[in-house]
Design a binder for this molecule. Structure first.
Ligand code: MN
Length: 238
């Protein structure tokens, strides 16, 4: 029997050449494989719901990353769907089931952007549908003209895993989101915030490893040694 650790990643789907395809950014697959971990992709399709018990029978951790908006149905917000970008109810259903299972079984969870939002929602928090409506663009959290080069500052709080990894209070981070944490789930703790007060990192102090970051360390991997430590700590906790 293989002793390799297995990490679940729910894919994302979109139309390509008139048919639905499932995909995930290769960078996560590379980082996990280089860390000796086997990524297991959980596809978004109707048949997956029936297979979920089997996916959840044998895995060591869950990685959740980018994707469309999470449906406000999961955090009881009155809403109009017109405020949502792309959203996929089946991805929501599959991913929240995986997230709740990992929570209940104390399996490590690492979430970026939408993945952080999912952690907050699964633990009982809520989300802003559009952060720029709240902050009046005092901080720009998504800039399509400078998609990969745009940065905004964050302040990292003392005595948090984020401070252990980055070892500095002020950091410039990338940013690709228009949803954001509104009410933080009661058991979770904020690790960083942007100048407009938006939470940019969360963790669960009592779980083995539950970490969510609003930014994407893998997309600025060479910019700071802390970026690698995020993934190393996750892999070490499996
Ligand atoms: Mn941001």
């Amino acid at each position: 029997m293989s002793t390799k650790k297995k990490v679940l990643i729910v894919t994302r789907r979109e139309l390509r050449k008139n048919k639905l395809i499932n995909w995930v950014s290769e960078i996560y697959l590379q980082i996990l494989a280089q860390g000796g971990v086997m990524p297991i992709l959980v596809p978004i399709s109707q048949g997956t719901i029936a297979n979920l018990p089997d996916y959840l029978e044998d895995y060591d951790g869950l990685l959740m990353s980018e994707g469309g908006d999470i449906s406000p149905a999961y955090y009881n917000e009155s809403y109009s769907v017109s405020k949502l970008d792309e959203y996929d109810p089946i991805k929501d259903e599959i991913e929240i089931a995986c997230c709740r299972h990992a929570m209940e079984h104390n399996k490590p969870i690492l979430g970026f952007c939408r993945g952080m939002h999912m952690i907050n929602v699964a633990f009982g928090g809520s989300l802003h549908l559009d952060v720029h409506e709240v902050n009046k663009r005092s901080v720009v959290h998504i800039d399509y003209d400078h998609y990969d080069t745009h940065r905004h500052p964050i302040t990292i709080f003392e005595n948090t895993p984020l401070m252990e990894w980055y070892k500095q209070k002020d950091l410039l981070v990338n940013t690709y989101h228009h949803q954001g944490v509104k009410k933080l789930a009661p058991e979770l703790v904020a690790m960083a915030q942007a100048p407009d007060g938006l939470i940019e990192g969360i963790y669960h102090p009592k779980h083995k490893f539950v970490v969510g970051l609003q930014f994407h360390p893998e997309r600025m991997y060479q910019e700071h040694p802390g970026n690698k430590l995020v993934f190393k700590s996750f892999i070490d906790s499996l």
